[in-house]
Design a protein around this ligand. Structure first.
Ligand SMILES: [Zn+2]
Length: 195
């Protein structure tokens, strides 16, 4: 197998890339500006060395704690809980949340062997227990797993007495946050419901 075939094979293992897209990208890289190929190779090499989960919120960052956690202008009384680091970017893009984040790193899914203990729920409860947090906004996906996780967190946080809300979904059930259009997501954030 030569380098081109190997690259196509590896690219096609990435999410969202079938064999067709993989070969289109590989052939493109062969004839495009060499600086792009070098930059990509360098970025890939450094990715896992320099990017780490933030020790406070869990999102990916190259400085710990991350820029959001250390931003003095943000509202430190409100935490928005999301499943994945990429969801932080999605929520940030609608400019409705001025508070902090907490990334769970997934959702409860018994079929996949993912229970509450494999997620960052304990550290969320700890953050709330430490005080200062007035509202927890649950922005897990509108899927069975996301709903199950939201309900579990309501129970886990109950004794803290914190105000809990769930973003309202005009979103298609079963979908992921990142695929929602900004208007729908803005509406669902503004119209969040208290538990
Ligand atoms: Zn952080």
């Amino acid at each position: 197998m030569n380098a081109l075939e190997r690259l196509m094979g590896n690219l096609s293992r990435l999410p969202g890339l079938g064999r067709k897209s993989a070969s289109r990208i590989a052939y493109y890289l062969l004839r495009t500006d060499e600086s792009l190929v070098r930059a990509l190779a360098e970025d890939l090499g450094r990715l896992r060395e320099t990017i780490r989960p933030c020790s406070m919120c869990g999102t990916y960052t190259d400085v710990d704690p991350c820029g959001i956690c250390t931003d003095a202008s943000r509202d430190r009384t409100s935490i928005c809980v999301v499943e994945e680091p990429r969801d932080v970017l999605t929520i940030e893009s609608i400019h409705e949340h001025r508070g902090l984040y907490h990334v769970l790193m997934g959702a409860i899914s018994p079929i996949d062997g993912i229970g509450p203990d494999s997620l960052r729920i304990g550290s969320l409860v700890d953050r709330v227990r430490r005080g200062g947090i007035q509202e927890v906004i649950l922005a897990t996906n509108p899927t069975v797993e996301g709903e199950t996780t939201a309900l579990y967190m309501v129970k886990a946080l109950k004794e803290t007495g914190v105000k809990i809300s769930r973003i309202a979904f005009g979103l298609p059930v079963g979908g992921d946050l990142e695929y929602a259009d900004k208007q729908t997501l803005t509406r669902s954030f503004k119209g969040r419901n208290a538990f």
